[in-house]
Design a protein. Sequence first.
Length: 464
Amino acid sequence: MNVVLDFLKPAPHIDEIDDPKLVKKQYRYWRFRIFYAMFTGYIFYYFTRKSFTVAMPALMNDLGLDKAQIGILGSMLYITYGLSKFASGVMSDQSNPRYFMAIGLIVTGVINIFFGLSSSIILFAILWGMNGWFQGWGWPPCARLLTHWYSQSERGTWWSVWSTSHNVGAFLIMNVGAVCAQYLGWRFAMFIPGALCVVMGFFLMNRLRDTPQSLGLPAIEKYRKDYPNSQKIDENREKELTTKQILFDYVLNNKWIWMLAFASFFIYVIRIAVNDWSALYLIEAKGYSKIKANGCVSLFEIGGIFGLLLAGWLSDKIHSGRRGPMNVLFSLGMVASVLGLWLFPEATAWFDSAALFMIGFFLYGPQMLIGLAAAELSHKKASGTASGFAGWFAYFGAASAGYPIGKIAQEMGWNGYYMALTACGVISVLLFLPMWNAHAQQKEGGGKLSPTLLDDEEVETTVS
């Protein structure tokens, strides 16, 4: 069974280049080109995801919409985006990322333009729901490319650098969109990002390619002599899988993927709750001004950039490509940082800023590594589905950080809010602990990967 159209199917493998010098030259060129293309492309996905956030105040004033109506649009995006991350993960694992990622970006651009032309709340809801669906086409192709072009012992570093595209994109659209909304009106805050994304979609079609084998290059594991275990992987691992194989052989029947998905839920509760409620906490509980409170909270994202870069690098250099230890250690740091913000209510703004910086630092490491670990603990050809499945649970967590956490804060006060976040952090630690030595291992005589636990001696010999 295959769920994608013929023109989206993966590029076929061609004869492998024999000249080692040419292979090295081609790998160096294509790895750099593919990386900057997907990094830039994902920045622009954020342009059409966050454009409404910037346009929202002017739109409300212009059309007389209230907060409840605006909240409907946010809910539509979360729901459809969460569903799409899983469904598009299945599709992207059987697709050519060159076109899959590009088409998704073009469609989100067109939707933003039509949104700017509309004035009806019903049309807004439909269009923003559609936008959420095609936003889900951005992440899984990147997971496929990162898995195929970067090997186990280096992938954490590359994956973490790529993940900063989230932060860069959010920062840029907040500034570009704000200028558009201020001087040109909210409609142009939708038009301009939309038009830019249409252009960027065609740029991605030009820059991206599919697997190394589609360009006559050996598999990345063969090129770098960097295999998931001490034995070489047979060629079955490079064959495309059916939808049934992806879903049932390598995702839904994989206990590690389920544990990562549940951990992703609790990590996202904390992430979204800190983003959405911390400024209000600082204003209500500590009497901060809006500017002062939001200034403190802005350091949450800055800390996240440093945290995800360090977590990826350490998981490569210290733990030989195992992601479990960094997930445990960083989630422990996250719990400690949340407790620091909670248990010192008389602390200064400097302390609160530092605590929020450290929450972001420790939280974004596991958030990034969950997707990477899911890709590595399933199958190379199921990486988009596995990481998308974990991402699907993450957006249940994001939704839970809204009304449920708000209700807790309302009924139990800010102490109840922090107890809930601490509980989520502790649960995430407990979910990560059994995965300390989780590693993908090849079954003898077949191409199917079986995630397993390696003892200390095996871990040392995993990367040759």
